[in-house]
Ligand binder design. Sequence first.
Ligand SMILES: [Zn+2]
Length: 205
Amino acid sequence: METRIGFGWDSHVFKAGVPLRIGGMTLEHPEGLAGHSDGDVLLHAITDALLGAVAAGDIGTYFPPDDPRWKDANSVIFLNLALEELHNAGFRIVNIDTTLVLAAPKIGPVAGEMRVCVADLLGIDMDQVSIKAKTPEGMGLDHVAQCHAVALVERTIEADELKSMSAVIETQRQLEDVVEDLLSSVHGVPKKRTIAPVYDTEDIT
Ligand SMILES: [Zn+2]
């Protein structure tokens, strides 16, 4: 069984007047994390760990910070894309381990709830998700939240199986195109409208 690891790291500065979003939860705190999106430092680090495990780039590859569409975006969108990339590459999560580094608020009392929340978002069990927290002692970074994440993943679909699966899908698509072309040319049946993806694929490099 092929296994791989991925590592992710992220940081955001605290800012008054925005909600504090960590691990997909909103925490009681006078300040939130500044960022182009909702600033969820934990989900961003996990997103990069998952993308890294299958060498699929990083969060900025798919969601450039200067793109107005991702302003105040819910970071679950980023996590879902990373999960999709992971599954498309034929892998699933074995476990995730994370360490948050922040002066406040205390994560310990909500860590259990946060593990359940993150596990739900990833479609795995709570015991596959670890969330630890430390204070940035001696680093002079009391106004910053950082997060480190590692992900262990294992292959569920063999590489050649994956190749033949995508070949079958491609053949089916080609067949559908031929049938649609025939129908539209013979009977004037309008072609099926293609559904636009949630993100602009031109932005994916
Ligand atoms: Zn971030």
